[in-house]
Design a protein around this ligand. Structure first.
Ligand code: KG4
Ligand code: ZN
Length: 371
């Protein structure tokens, strides 16, 4: 089965082609076109500019994929597209293009929830596609996934703990009450003049301050919001404000490389401490067999490593699965994989056949029931 997939929910235009044979995924194509340069002068993603870039780039990526792999109706079985949540102008470009292809090729069309995509970035192993160097940076990353699984999804728009008792069964057991973790990284980067996208910039600064023992004297300690709240929810907006006031009270920070790096390290650690604490708490409550990590913030090397260590220490019998960083960030392969499971497990596959008429782009799309 060959699946062509499209992702345009935010600032990456992505197209993938995957082949599924005997329950194994082979990534045949995996294009991601970044818009960083377009949005950087604005310090964040501008929805209408994102849409304009998708409109320019998506047809080119599709044309490249179609030409290179000689695609036609006869060698495509399914089209999958991110339906939401995301920026509506951006989503409209992807969904509308997917509809056009589904209509022209007379193929079933599946709308995929972006967060389901991030979760399913953990559900494929591919031995043929050249993965980035860190694909095997966790010796435990090749273990297969067993249910129940607990997913920590941390992206620019979401921070959620999701319990899955089986495929496509998503129950949100904890989530942020305000900002998402990635959003906090982006806002802190702005406060510290580190530019956009903020996550990698803050992480790179933090890495310049490895000497944690010297931290004590710098008076930069930040709160760990809601770490003892007794539930599985998060809050990152106050943490961002704490960074803002730390800088206001000590403007030297903006001029001192060492202080800035120290503050980034402390901020990153505060986010990681809360994420790990709640994930372990959720794991103790729900006893999953696997813990999955996903979403853009899961590209953060400290989070990947420290969560792995915490799982190993607290619950060594639970498998810990992370995507290669390439698949932590937005991509279309994860949309194809989630779409595959949606199609394969659907009782009524016919409903996807005329979906070019029905599929909507939805900014606020719910993943599941809440606990
Ligand atoms: O999943 P994603 O690519 O897009 C959304 O679905 O939102 O996540 C983007 C978010 C941004 O907030 C970005 O700053 C953050 O992920 N991010 C990181 C890192 N790389 C990307 N945050 C922390 N450390 C990183 N290395
Ligand atoms: Zn994402």
């Amino acid at each position: 089965m060959n699946i062509l997939s499209i992702e345009t929910s935010c600032d990456e235009t992505a197209v993938a082609l995957i082949e599924v044979k005997n329950n194994k995924f082979k990534i045949i194509e995996d294009f991601v076109s970044s818009q960083i340069k377009v949005h950087a002068p604005f310090g964040g993603v501008v929805p209408n500019l994102a849409a304009r870039e998708h409109l320019k780039n998506l047809p080119l990526l599709l044309q490249k994929t179609i030409k290179k792999h000689k695609l036609a109706s006869k060698n495509i079985d399914l089209i999958a597209v991110t339906q939401g949540p995301g920026l509506i102008p951006a989503l409209l470009i992807g969904t509308n293009s997917a509809k056009a292809l589904a209509y022209a090729w007379k193929k079933p069309l599946i709308g995929v929830h972006h967060i389901a995509g991030h979760i399913y970035a953990n559900f494929f192993q591919d031995s043929t596609f050249p993965l980035s160097a860190d694909a095997s940076n966790s010796s435990r990353s090749n273990l297969s996934i067993k249910f129940p699984a607990l997913a920590l999804i941390v992206s620019g728009g979401h921070t959620q703990l999701i319990l899955m008792k089986k495929h496509l069964d998503f129950k949100i057991v904890g989530e942020t009450l305000d900002d998402a973790a990635g959003e906090a990284f982006d806002k802190v980067a702005r406060i510290l003049d580190l530019g956009y996208p903020g996550g990698p910039a803050v992480a790179a600064e933090a890495a310049k301050f490895p000497n944690k023992s010297k931290f004590q004297n710098l008076n930069l300690k930040l709160p760990r919001p809601m770490i003892n709240s007794g539930n599985l929810n998060f809050s990152f907006s106050g943490l961002k404000t704490a960074v803002l006031y730390t800088v206001k009270n000590n403007p030297k920070i903006l001029k001192s490389k060492n202080l800035k790096a120290a503050l980034c390290a402390e901020f990153q650690q505060a986010v990681i401490d809360v994420l790990i604490s709640k994930t372990i708490k959720a794991a103790k409550k729900y006893s999953p067999k696997t813990i999955l990590l996903g979403g853009g913030v899961s590209a953060n090397q400290e989070l990947r490593a420290q969560l792995g260590e915490a799982v190993e220490k607290n619950m060594p019998n639970i498998k810990y699965k992370i995507p290669a960083t390439r698949y932590s960030l937005d991509n279309a392969t994860m949309i194809a994989v989630a779409g595959y499971f949606q199609y394969k497990l659907a009782k009524n596959k016919k409903k996807f056949e005329n979906n070019w008429k029905n599929l909507e782009a939805a900014a606020g799309l719910y993943l599941s029931s809440r606990a």
